[in-house]
Ligand binder design. Structure first.
Ligand SMILES: Cc1cc2nc3c(=O)[nH]c(=O)nc-3n(C[C@H](O)[C@H](O)[C@H](O)COP(=O)(O)O)c2cc1C
Length: 257
């Protein structure tokens, strides 16, 4: 075989191999896409339930999540809206001018710029239909990242039942300690609002003095990570203030939800 023919053969084989491989990769990507979406959805359900301490390792996430009601709420009015929760993508809504709300600078304590008009909220009711737990999505800026989490409240709408971030990019060992189970466990039983329903919760500077009059509204500061801690405090101030969930929670207290 001439040298020219050999080169042509090599190029043809290499080209065919590339073509077959690219088809294989495309098929794998397309077939796995629904499974990936399903896994992401399951992971989110797990995050929601974990924040409220409703599951432990090994529990059937789908079965427990089926006991939770997902509701879409107009944040401004605090009222339920009839929308298909399964089809509502709140993350996409934040960036969609038709579905978002610009946050006025004087109210933007969490530095979010915009939020979605509607929020997904999760409710666990007892057998008589009374609300036992309210789980709400909260997010805000840390030092390096936007930190996304869920907070679970009791029926009085101010006692914290649990809290967890499910996505954050702070420095491991410093701001990343927001994921430390010991730190998160301090949130349980603390109060978000004071008796007049002003947001009183904050991450302390340093350890909380148990005898301090505000101890019930404070968790320990994160050492070497004051900026991240301040970001957590600001997120709570925003989300539970008048531009956040305060009207919805007032409606819960009034028995309208
Ligand atoms: C490499 C590096 C990573 C840091 N990561 C964080 C962080 O994730 N969160 C944070 O609040 N501060 C972080 N800091 C420290 C901040 O720059 C700042 O000094 C600190 O928040 C002040 O907190 P302190 O008063 O508790 O020391 C980091 C600093 C360095 C040098």
């Amino acid at each position: 075989m001439s040298k020219q023919n050999e080169t042509l053969k090599t190029i043809t084989v290499a080209g065919l191999l590339c073509f077959v491989c690219s088809i294989l990769v495309s098929v794998v990507v397309v077939t796995l896409r629904p499974q990936q979406a399903k896994n992401a959805e399951l992971d989110m359900k797990k995050n929601i339930l974990m924040s409220a301490g409703m599951i432990k390792d090994g529990d059937d996430i789908e079965a427990v999540f089926a006991t939770v009601e997902t509701m879409i709420v107009n944040i401004e009015t605090g009222k339920k809206v009839e929308m298909d929760a399964k089809r509502y993508d709140q993350v996409a809504a934040i960036k969609d001018p038709a579905m978002n709300v610009k946050i006025p600078a004087d109210k933007d304590v969490g530095g979010l710029s915009a939020r979605s008009k509607y929020a997904k909220v999760y409710l666990k009711r007892d057998s008589a239909g009374a609300i036992e737990t309210i789980i709400l999505n909260v997010w805000g800026k840390g030092l390096w990242s936007t930190m996304y989490g869920f907070i679970a409240l009791g029926p009085d709408t101010k006692t914290i039942k649990g809290f967890a971030y499910y996505s954050q990019g702070e420095t491991p060992g410093l701001g990343g300690e927001v994921d430390n189970p010991n730190w998160k466990s301090q949130w349980v039983g603390k109060n978000l609002y004071d008796t007049d329903f002003n947001v009183a919760f904050a991450v302390n500077k340093g350890a909380v003095d148990k005898n301090h009059q505000l101890a019930n509204y404070r968790v320990d500061g994160l050492s070497g990570a004051t900026i991240t801690g301040n970001g957590v405090t600001s997120s709570m101030k925003y989300w539970f203030g008048e531009h956040g969930y305060s009207k919805f929670l007032a409606n819960v207290r009034a028995g309208e939800i």
